[in-house]
Design a protein. Sequence first.
Length: 59
Amino acid sequence: MYQKMRKLLRGDAGMVTSEYAMGIIAAVAFAAVLYGVVTSGQVSAELQNIVKRALSARM
């Protein structure tokens, strides 16, 4: 009975929440890096050129 009670009180219920938090932190860090790359001068100019070519293409 002692073992059963100890097992019930010693659950890992908080592990899922901490894993979600680490996943969110990693996703935010990746988004920040991606935003920095996309808004840099050269990448931004290339993306604008791609959009301009796509909009001016003849059908």
